[in-house]
Design a protein around this ligand. Structure first.
Ligand code: 6PG
Length: 246
């Protein structure tokens, strides 16, 4: 069963997310000497990132032991405003003492298949070398259509069961087709902790469907996220949680 936590506003939700990040980092570095996290794209994590970049969290977290990956990426250059890597770099990574070698971005400037293969190769090499064999934390968001990471309704990544990263073509009308690379369910569901950050009344009905409707991940991809041997958290604000009931 997921742990659902509801906060009165986006600021308190962001604080809880930053505190969870710090607590999981402390635990993982104490147990295994490093903390391995996949950051999410989207706008919701920016408030958490901003908090993690403040002195309290800069001092609290052993950043030299943090290893950063991404849940997904758009196939754009790192300087593009749509780059998930670029956003995390600007809101978080340049403000904390993390070694450049600990940052494993998805190379969005490559062709999607090439970028996905390169990312998969890096993930397999990284986890094969130990000491941890899975993500300590995967951060995710929920899209208006029920997608998470770049697992969009009706796309093949939802049913992927062997590859850890795949290329995705997705069109959000009226925007042009954008290629993306996404982590897949097998690697996300192997994580020790998976945390969704979701806010705003506009997503309230979609969230209700994801949490309360029958399992139909081709229509509601976020439903496919069910950690096998880990914990699943939904950190919500009051506005988005309005329809899920108790
Ligand atoms: C991305 C992610 C996507 C995102 C959700 C929620 O945009 O890079 O692929 O899954 O997390 O769409 O986005 P918001 O946080 O902007 O609502």
């Amino acid at each position: 069963m997921p742990e659902i936590e509801i906060y009165p506003d986006t600021a308190s939700l962001a604080l809880r997310a930053a505190e969870q990040f710090a607590a999981l980092a402390e635990y993982a570095t104490r147990k295994r000497g490093r903390f391995v996290v996949a950051l999410s794209g989207g706008s919701t994590p920016k408030a958490m990132n901003a908090l993690l970049a403040t002195p309290r969290f800069v001092d609290l977290i052993q950043w030299e032991k943090v290893f950063v990956f991404w849940s997904d990426e758009r196939c754009v250059a790192p300087e593009d405003p749509e780059s998930n890597y670029g956003n995390a770099r600007d809101t978080l990574l340049v403000h904390v003492p993390i070694p450049a070698a600990n940052i494993q971005r998805i190379h969005g400037e490559l062709s999607p298949e090439h970028a996905a293969q390169k990312y998969e190769d890096k993930l397999r090499e990284f986890f094969a070398a130990g000491p941890s064999t899975r993500f300590d934390l995967v951060l995710l968001g929920l899209g208006d259509d029920g997608h998470t990471a770049s697992l969009f309704p009706g796309t093949h990544g939802i049913r992927e069961n062997s590859r850890w990263a795949v290329a995705v073509n997705h069109q959000e009308p009226p925007l042009p087709l954008v290629d993306r690379v996404t982590l897949t369910p097998p690697i996300i569901n192997a994580a020790a902790n998976v945390t969704f950050l979701v806010t705003g009344s506009a997503k309230a009905e979609r969230l209700r469907q994801v949490l309360r409707d029958p399992y139909h991940p081709d229509r509601l991809p976020a439903q496919v996220i069910r950690p096998k041997n880990g914990k699943l958290f939904w950190l919500l604000d009051d506005a988005v949680a309005g329809k899920i009931g108790r």
